[in-house]
Design a binder for this molecule. Structure first.
Ligand code: GUN
Length: 307
């Protein structure tokens, strides 16, 4: 029954005339829309077979940014017909209570995907919490089981943001084989899973972080720079740091001078790069789209329909 999850070949993106522009925008909203359309069809298929895909979210405390992200995830689920269960424990929830909540969702047959929004308050351990989720319901791809599978090229449920970036490369027909890719991030949510996904596509990958020396020179050697720092006071990706016609994927999002910005100075970078993702409207919508995709994958797995 793998057909439920097998996305149809897409209509290729109509590339802009490169003689006019130096760089081209990678339109995350457009790619996300195409993923959502395919997810919606898969949801309809699952419903015909008596499966009502359902995502449970856990948002601890009152972090405003996290609350907005979770709200967007719920909205996107509603758009494609995925049910949601909204859990909002107070910031004082203990680790034991958190474990119990996850256990109850693990054992709830009506719930197919479980997402614990990060970051968590300091007294809760991120590893303990996320590893508690059954791997088959782990729509964030954060459990040791799914991380291990990813490192072996066998994962089914993979981290959403890196999966979204890979989907963008695919949509824009960007061949990764033999490309030098520099990732500026080493987190469990972005840098580490992305490393494995790129390696699987035969890219040569370098992971950089706050202690990396000669970051500028390393970036200048890259065909593709994927930047996820998210603090403009510490880091800005400037045109001098990339080679001509490099591809820039800007994963960061932060407030700067009253605007939402990424790590790169989009207007300047696009003059030199061949492709750039904008902020907002780049990687962000892809994270949500891939969460929907993971949720239908989890729903299919739960019924023995997938893979
Ligand atoms: N916080 C920021 N990004 C993410 C994500 O992709 N998943 C979860 N669970 N929390 C996040």
């Amino acid at each position: 029954m793998t057909h439920i999850l097998r996305f149809r070949p897409r209509i290729k993106y109509q590339h802009q005339d490169t003689s006019i522009l130096t760089g081209k925008k990678i339109d995350g909203l457009e790619v996300a829309k195409s993923v959502k359309e395919r997810v919606k069809k898969a949801v309809d298929e699952l419903k015909k077979q008596g499966v009502e895909p359902c995502l449970a979210t856990i948002l601890v405390g009152d972090n405003q940014a996290s609350a907005t992200y979770v709200k967007n995830k719920h909205k996107a689920c509603a758009e494609v017909g995925i049910l949601t269960k909204d859990h909002k424990p107070s910031a004082s929830i203990s680790q034991d209570e958190m474990n119990d909540l996850i256990d109850s969702l693990n054992n709830d047959r009506a719930v197919h995907g479980i997402l614990v929004q990060l970051p968590l308050p300091e007294h809760l351990d991120e590893f303990t919490t996320t590893s508690r989720i059954f791997p088959i319901k782990d729509v964030d791809g954060l459990t040791p089981h799914n991380v291990g599978l990813l490192s072996m090229g066998k994962a089914v449920l993979k981290a959403c943001t890196p999966s979204g970036i890979m989907e963008m490369f695919d949509y824009y027909d960007i061949d990764l084989s033999g490309k030098n890719v520099v990732i500026i991030n080493r987190s469990n949510l972005i840098g580490k899973p992305l490393y494995h996904m790129l390696l699987e596509k035969n890219a040569t990958v370098i992971t950089c972080h706050s202690k990396t020396k000669n970051l500028k020179e390393i970036c200048q050697s890259a065909d593709i720079v994927i930047s996820a720092v998210g603090d403009r006071s510490k880091f800005v990706l400037t045109p001098e740091m990339i080679k001509k016609d490099a591809i820039v994927i800007d994963v960061a999002i932060s407030h700067h001078d009253g605007k939402l910005v990424g790590d790169a100075d989009y207007e300047k970078i696009i003059e030199k790069a061949s492709y750039v993702t904008p902020v907002p409207g780049g990687v962000g919508p892809m994270t949500v789209a891939m969460l929907l995709k993971n949720t239908i994958t989890a729903a299919s797995l739960s019924k023995g329909l997938g893979h």
